[in-house]
Design a protein around this ligand. Sequence first.
Ligand code: SF4
Ligand code: SF4
Length: 204
Amino acid sequence: MDAENDINFECIRCGNCCTDPKTIVNLTYSDIIRIKSGLKLNLNELLEVVGFYIFDHNLDENTKKRLVTPPLHTERGLSYIGLLKDHKGKCFFFDSTNKKCKIYPLRPNFCKTFPFSFGYKDDSADLYIVITKKAKDYCLGFTPNSPPIDRSYWLKLGEEVLKDLKHNSEFIAQWNLLVKKKKLVPSAKQFLIKVIELEKNHKD
Ligand code: SF4
Ligand code: SF4
């Protein structure tokens, strides 16, 4: 992806990113912990908002590497973890009447960073910002009148989010390895139990 330098953007709260049926809001384990803890959800309630989207085709290694969050082994096959949607494809947490996110302070990193994604130039410490393909498809916040973005704000956020994604990838790799060694039952519910254990350990 090419870095983009002059970006003018302001979110106009059109809600397209929360209602696009083809957009799956990926969740890292820290997103899950934040939402669970902020909303005080129990395991069953968590299962009502966290989706395990099964891939409908075999994934080759290159495709797996390109995924922002790696696929997880579950009882139904390899799955992608994301927020659940209603039957129209709208995010479970979108308030259509007021066009607002019902969990704004707890929202996943995907939502915090949209419409941008980030990467390091040639494995250096130089972080770059790109406008995601989905944003180019439907985000209405890029107009000639939109103000220039505050790059330092976005780069700081990008750095934090990339760190979180790295930790998440390590956690999922560990899960998948234990499943491969038959030391874990690959169940979605069991995965959430592990995530809840992480939260408890973090508090202790
Ligand atoms: S969590 Fe909130 S910001 Fe993210 S897609 Fe859902 S409604 Fe939109
Ligand atoms: S699609 Fe763009 S302008 Fe619309 S709510 Fe999302 S970030 Fe804001």
